[in-house]
Design a protein around this ligand. Structure first.
Ligand code: NAD
Length: 416
């Protein structure tokens, strides 16, 4: 699905929430546009001496509630419109979690599988240099997303530090722990997804520990979510990565798979004791909870009628199209939306930033307890708003997000 369609979807979601809030049309217009979009084209000398030109983006959607925050995605399909939609979702997500940030997102149109490690480092350092004019520890703080990881964050931190003249750990989050990263950051998004899943189960009077779960994507978010749910006693019947999916109705040995294959794209296909299925089949498996944790636009008009889960917890950003969302909600499926369910990552990124600015670091238990508290508070706030407005969870989360950002914008006033 094209970036323009993803942006259209983000704007439709905003328009839907705006109706409930009777949002001022001028403010609606402001919120439907990004504050700043930077497009960069930059060269990289490849290992064979050839020069390749890459296109990258940094989009800042809204700064009403604080500096902007959002990941950097390396993927061949990234474009400025998709990046803008993702930046918008970050604004609402930070507001729903009630952390003092606006939303941003960045990306480079690149297939990292085709790069050597050295080429990846050069691309990253040059991209960081190109976007250095808009990022900063007090203005816009990137983080990892699809295709980027702690090593990429470390290169960006080092590049900005070299250009500043001293170490600036607070310019980016998701760094390795020795460089000012936070305990618990790697697991944070998956952990938050499972906190949200527990809360959803409580509302349905069921116990997560007894549910059959399917997880799409076995990267950072999916693998941790699967591992934590498995540790809590749930049965993970299916998982997948970009190259395919595996299924065992009696449960997969997630801890073993987690240690062997998480972070190794395509690895799970090596596992023998299971049935090999496609990603399409995975989403339609018989299960209680479905956790899409790969990419956007996976649950659509094409497969919505075949989805069997009664609870969907969105680990990925934008995995459910509006058609499918409406259809599933009408059918009684509880869809816990991305801007709530996967907020754990930005919440612990916020903790990392606070620790970096203070040069004072917390223990993992403290990080996890604070994450747990904020996730539960955000979930309960969304559930309360859903009941008040008699709407679905996504609309409720959007109402909270848009309302908080609007209040901040109105209180600040429009300059000059
Ligand atoms: P990742 O790169 O670590 O993992 C992505 C996983 O999805 C991999 O297993 C990959 O093989 C799989 N995948 C890719 N394309 C696929 C396809 N077409 N079908 C099935 N599987 C596919 O990325 P991640 O950090 O785990 O992010 C996953 C999703 O979660 C993204 O939508 C991202 O925006 C969102 N998210 C991530 C974080 C975070 O902290 N990492 C926070 C919030 C939201």
């Amino acid at each position: 699905m094209s970036g323009s369609r993803v942006l259209e979807m983000a704007r439709e979601q905003l328009a839907h929430a705006a109706k409930y809030l009777d949002l001022d049309p001028g403010l609606h217009e402001v919120l439907s546009r990004p504050k700043r979009q930077l497009i960069v084209n930059f060269p990289v000398v490849m290992d064979n001496g050839e020069v390749h030109c890459y296109e990258g983006y940094r989009v800042q959607h809204n700064t009403g509630r604080g500096p902007t925050k959002g990941g950097i995605r390396y993927h061949p399909d990234v474009d400025v419109e998709e990046t803008t939609a993702l930046a918008m979702w970050m604004t609402w997500k930070c507001a729903v979690a009630d952390i003092p940030y606006g939303g941003a997102k960045g990306g480079v149109k690149v297939d990292t599988k085709k790069l050597s490690l050295r080429e990846l480092e050069k691309l990253t350092r040059r991209f960081a240099t190109e976007i250095n004019i808009v990022i900063g520890e007090r203005s816009d703080i990137p983080a990892p997303d699809i295709g980027t990881n702690g090593q990429v964050m470390a290169w960006i931190m080092d590049t900005i530090s070299m250009q500043t003249g001293y170490t600036v750990p607070g310019v980016i989050t998701g760094k390795p722990i020795p460089l000012g990263g936070s305990q618990g950051r790697i697991e944070a998004t998956g952990r938050g997804v499972i906190v949200a899943a527990h809360e959803a189960c409580k509302e349905r009077n069921i116990d997560l520990n007894k549910q059959r779960i399917v997880v799409q994507g076995f990267g950072n978010v999916g693998s941790v979510a699967a591992e934590l749910a498995h540790r809590d006693g749930a049965t993970i019947v299916g998982i997948s990565d970009a190259r395919g999916a595996i299924y065992n109705p009696n449960g997969l040995p997630i801890s073993e798979l987690y240690h062997k294959y998480s972070g190794r794209d395509g690895g799970i296909a090596e596992y023998a004791d299971c049935e090999k299925i496609t990603n399409e089949q995975l989403l339609e498996l018989d299960c209680d909870i479905l956790i899409p944790a790969a990419i956007q636009q996976q649950i659509t008009a094409k497969n919505m009628a075949n989805i069997k889960a009664s609870i969907i917890v969105e680990g990925a950003n934008g995995p459910t199209t509006i058609d499918a969302d409406n259809y599933l909600t009408d059918k009684g499926v509880m869809v816990v939306p991305d801007i709530l369910a996967n907020a754990g990552g930005v919440i612990v990124s916020y903790f990392e930033w606070v620790q970096d600015l203070q040069n004072f670091f917390w223990e993992e238990g403290e990080v996890n307890n604070k994450l747990d508290r904020i996730m539960r508070r955000a979930y309960l706030g969304v559930a309360e708003t859903r009941d008040k407005f008699k709407c679905d969870m996504r609309t409720a989360a959007m109402i909270i997000g848009v309302q908080r950002v609007s209040e901040a914008t109105q209180a600040r006033g429009i300059f000059p």
